[in-house]
Design a binder for this molecule. Structure first.
Ligand SMILES: Cc1cc2nc3c(=O)[nH]c(=O)nc-3n(C[C@H](O)[C@H](O)[C@H](O)COP(=O)(O)OP(=O)(O)OC[C@H]3O[C@@H](n4cnc5c(N)ncnc54)[C@H](O)[C@@H]3O)c2cc1C
Length: 419
């Protein structure tokens, strides 16, 4: 079997068998027979989270949108659907998602399994929109989980890191469709950021700050503002001294802005503004690695200042550093569990040996701020440290024990960071 890779190409999956089943019965048979099994989504994670020493199941053939409930405002999809296809469908039907990550290319289930997030002071991670899930567990049985029915257990089920079983169907909350306009501001000084950090993060529905650390400034501030169809929301030319960009921008210097969603305040549908990148184009740089640390919101400024002291070490390896806010939730393994957080996202050049050297330094600098890594990205933090952030870890272990007593869905990543 030819070995498969993740999206970034930095990881070759070690699985000996690769399955692309076409029916629920086929998935059940694979699960029953397998000694060890994992599921991959759209393969956008950068670490071994989705890998398996034995079998991997890909749900690429499970890409149908199953139903829309207008009354309840929910949509039900199969386990391999990507945000891109889901959002086009929802828009056609007059509905929307309340938030999206930076790209629509990722699978919904894969994103929700790792607590993937977008930005916005009031926006929770994407997993918070999940309302029901159908999962094939280790014994091959199909189990239905519901947010309203499973109450406490539910909070362990959604951000499962793929360890609960094969998610074959997912129901999400939706909202009526809305319009968003996007503005980019350039050259925000640190002195302005220091004085107005909370105002800046709350100045739009979704806010992203970008710096390459080449200059001692925030290079770009992206504001995504909900607006009505015919209105270019209230156009501002200045954001605390940062001036509005004169044309569309890409967060990575030198990459063509055609890959990015429309800016300059032009109103457009939510799915074509909330992600930074367009579905039919390469997201981000394409040749890259990513790390991200989530820190309690109250440390936002101190953490940015701490990173600033390392800017000369970071800058040569970096495409861009993005800061985003995420609202708290109740999901046990979410890095924003019961705490508003700020994400410190680093898009690295594809230079793992060098990145691997700088990550422990970054983790040390961010240690006072309780920085916990994104589950789907690269980090070097010891497992004890990672585990210390999750007070509900014992309950999550029990949950896995109940549905998968022999650890069929556990791989090296799960054994290291969870058990
Ligand atoms: C260019 C780029 C931009 C990104 N932007 C963001 C961002 O804005 N915000 C953010 O938070 N993250 C971001 N990420 C990270 C990404 O969202 C996560 O890594 C996410 O998990 C990827 O989803 P996936 O479908 O590719 O999952 P995979 O990497 O394929 O899998 C991730 C996990 O989901 C599990 N899984 C997938 N499908 C199933 C299923 N059907 N049943 C059970 N388990 C399943 C896997 O076992 C694994 O544990 C970005 C990544 C890239 C490459």
């Amino acid at each position: 079997m030819e070995k498969q890779k993740n999206w970034a190409g930095n990881l070759i999956y070690q699985a000996r068998q690769w399955h692309e089943p076409a029916s629920i019965e086929e998935i059940q048979a694979i699960v029953r027979q397998a000694n060890k099994v994992r599921v991959v989504g759209s393969r956008h994670s950068f670490n071994e989270i989705a890998d398996s020493e034995d079998a991997i199941i890909s749900l690429v053939r499970f890409n149908r949108i199953l139903s829309l409930d207008r009354q309840q405002q929910t949509v039900t999809i199969e386990g391999g659907v990507r945000y891109g296809e889901l959002s086009a469908f929802l828009q056609d039907q007059g509905f929307a998602l309340s938030n999206m990550a930076s790209l629509p290319h990722i699978s919904v289930v894969g994103a929700c399994a790792t607590a993937t997030h977008g930005s916005g002071d009031r926006n929770q991670c994407l997993s918070s929109s999940v309302k029901a899930m159908s999962v094939i567990t280790a014994d091959g049985e199909l189990v239905n989980f519901f947010r309203d029915k499973h109450k406490e257990e539910w909070n362990g089920v959604v951000v499962s890191l793929g360890a609960l079983g094969v998610v074959t169907e997912l129901t999400l909350d939706i909202v009526p469709s809305y319009q968003v306009s996007q503005y980019v501001f350039e050259h925000l000084s640190f002195s302005e950021l220091e004085q107005h950090v909370d105002d800046i993060f709350s100045s739009a529905y979704s806010v992203s700050l970008f710096t390459t650390w080449q200059e001692d400034e925030i290079n770009q501030v992206w504001l995504k503002q909900i607006c009505s169809e015919d209105e270019s929301s209230d156009v501002r030319t200045d954001l605390y001294g940062a001036s509005s960009a004169k044309k569309n921008s890409h967060p990575i210097m030198g990459v063509n802005a055609v890959n990015c969603t429309e800016q300059m305040g032009v109103p457009g549908p939510w799915f074509d503004r909330l992600p930074h990148f367009r579905l039919d184009f390469m997201p981000s740089s394409g040749s890259e690695l990513q790390s991200e640390y989530l820190i309690p919101r109250e440390y936002a400024l101190e953490a940015i200042q701490a990173l600033r002291t390392m800017r000369h070490e970071i800058a040569p390896l970096l495409h861009t550093n993005e800061f985003r806010t995420v609202a708290k939730d109740d999901l046990w393994l979410s890095p924003s569990y019961q705490q508003d957080v700020m994400g410190i996202h680093l898009t690295w050049k594809d230079k793992w040996e060098d990145v691997q050297r700088v990550l422990p330094q970054i983790e040390a600098v961010l240690k006072p701020f309780q920085a916990r890594p994104h589950w789907g990205k690269l980090f070097t933090m010891p497992k004890e440290r990672v585990q210390s952030f999750y007070e509900k870890l014992p309950a999550f272990r029990q949950l896995l024990q109940a549905y998968d007593p022999k650890g069929k869905f556990r791989n090296a990543f799960i054994n290291t960071y969870i058990f």
